[in-house]
Design a binder for this molecule. Sequence first.
Ligand SMILES: [Zn+2]
Length: 410
Amino acid sequence: MSVDVQPSHIDQIKQANIGLVYRLIDQYGPISRIALSKKAQLAPASITKITRELIDAHLVKEAEFHEPGFRGRPAIGLKVDSEGWQFLCIRINKASIVVGLRDLSSNLLVEEELPFSVLQNQSFLDCIVDEIDNFFFRHQSALERLTAISIIINAIVDPINGIIHSSPYYDIQDIPIGAFLHQRTGLPIFLQHGITAWTIAESLCGTGKNYQNLIQLVIDDNVGAGIITAGQMLHAGNHSVVEIGHTQIEPDGELCYCGNRGCLETVISIKNILQKARSLATQHPYSLVNTMTIDNVPLTIDLLCQAAIEGDPLVTDIIHDAGEQIGRIMAIMVNIFNPGRILIGSPLNNVKHILYPAIQQQISQRSLPGYSQQVDIVATQFDNTDTFPAAALIKQSLYSGELLIALMQG
Ligand SMILES: [Zn+2]
């Protein structure tokens, strides 16, 4: 090592090592220092030093445990000390906001979903701050040491600078929510697109855990994707998301709000699938869709899935077709990213016995056999209403060491 090594470089290594040790304690604790040293591939002296610092900062504590296969006296191991450390998770939805308080181990302490709208002559930021203040006021007794605020929203965001550029649901432009909340609270503020945060959550604690290459497809009102390649979130640091939903699959299809025609989203979003089912049902008098929606009962995705589960041929065909259309696009993605897993986050997971084989069949037929044979399709662990993805941003920052260092420095 040369003598003029920049201090920032050493700091980065120190930060990464602390993050790694903390992650291993979180995942395997209680774990002995020896086991930790082996897993982290760090010298025992480094482990002693790092764990001492974490213990002093009350982020880790010692705990007795029985090592598997050993009888007799319990060993001393380390586990995460999340008591008293809290953070706030906020999910901004269309017309509602979910505010939740979690401890540092991501356990939910209290959560509320509230109607949210921005009235004229009020600013978006003021409305958010009001909701946070009111939440704190109502739950004063549950509050301990607040360490960070994490916000997710399905909008165009700049996560690095904490800016919401625009939203499909709110008339806003370039809102510096990160800087504003940091100024008011002094806390680190995390901001991320909802799907990106969701994919991070799945890769840390969900069905994408331990996969270095992952594609998560979200099929809901919107169709989007999150991609992890070589362990890194694609586009995590810029304004982009993977715009798979705006890939044309029907040249003469419906006009999309993006300006093009026949985008995947205009065909397979939940809204469009329901629309298609309603319109085709008029030509299929025996379809369950007709009996289910008698007396003007609105057709919901739950009812549609129920019809498919009961074997309704029309609905089965509609879902199978959607699967094939998804599969054609996913085949290209498989060839580019060679994922170990494809995760599907969608209410259509209720009919995965129809959807997944249709996707799988198209991937097998259209992508490199060496790639397609090793990919499996599974449902996400979390859903599109969860605030856990916001918590995952905190976890990610703890694991990278960044937030840990901030907490240790008080
Ligand atoms: Zn489009």
